[in-house]
Ligand binder design. Sequence first.
Ligand code: NAD
Ligand code: GLY
Length: 374
Amino acid sequence: MNDGLATTLVTVDLGERSYDIVIGAGLIARAGDFLAEVAPARRVIIVTDENVASHWLETLETALTEANYQILTRILTPGEQTKSLTQIDTLTDWILGSGVDRKTTIIALGGGVIGDLAGFAAAITLRGLPFVQIPTTLLAQVDSSVGGKTAVDTRHGKNLIGAFYQPRLVLADTDTLSTLPARQVAAGYAEVVKYGLINDLVFFEWCEANGHAILDGDAAAARYAVEMSCRAKAAIVAQDEHEKGTRALLNLGHTFGHAFEAEAGFDDLLLHGEGVAFGTVCAFDLSHRLELCSGQEAERVRSHFTEVGLPTNIEGIANRHWTPDVILAHMGKDKKTDDGNLTFILARGIGQAYIDRDVPIDTLRALLSDILPS
Ligand code: NAD
Ligand code: GLY
């Protein structure tokens, strides 16, 4: 682990579009220095939300003002509902009306909602504006700010309109986690565990030993988790930027999770990371039913998520009536379908995930019938 003030650099190696993820404390206050390396002009537009603005906007604006940047700021309503085409229309209209040019850098200061939305706006405005991510949730620091997936949700499902568009820099200031509500820390932690479950048993064991510390606000543990997660994600993105193969492993738990989120109505009833936690438990349950991994391993995954307070059954999520057919219908609309086949990330054991497009529908339906109360 690194000590307090040092920064850690993780590079996402994509040839001439390579960029650094800078991880450490106090980075927002030094944003002017970091930005000077990547911004083509001293003009920036900050996109953020009301919650993040109340804690971190002044620090960022002060840092950039001291470094002689011209700043415009757009503060949006927090929450998944903001990740919409309507908001893209409003935001891009405002950006164009502000006198933007191709050297104006868009900065996303916030969680995955702001990063995905502002990134998509940056991708399509003037056919591409320089883009910088300053992720402020654990989920955004370990996953969504890295790798260039940008998108909004539609009534047909999550993230269905979007673009691959890489940032020029990711500044993961771990101090921001100090103001994040505990439920959001736990939701982000689900994506941390994911990296261990995909291909790193030793990291999963570290999570079993240290997960509680992260949830209790231990800054060193959180920072190590961010660093390990970014290294794991950067390696996968460098191999397969556009998700032609390996990158799909990062969707462990997401075929189930997105379907649960869709049925929950994309609101606070079920946060994205909570859907991923329950979805990952389902993916290991399915792997066990298909005799790919042992019941003990599936149970070990469930136990860890349960211990840190993430939902691992439907009772933890909703008292409404969810049927297998409804969940299967949501899965069918997911963009991970391939020639009509659902794509699942299954596992031959902890740390041995693989992509499966041939899951027997009867086994899947039986699992859903068992986990959804009749
Ligand atoms: P979020 O952006 O909604 O943030 C969660 C909440 O925390 C919001 O209310 C926000 O205002 C608040 N918040 C953020 N930072 C804060 C801080 N430092 N202090 C206090 N409050 C703070 O949610 P999220 O979990 O960060 O992101 C979820 C989104 O990310 C989903 O839309 C999901 O689809 C997307 N996602 C994208 C990728 C990708 O690769 N692009 C990967 C994973 C998830
Ligand atoms: N969060 C999945 C990916 O970036 O591919």
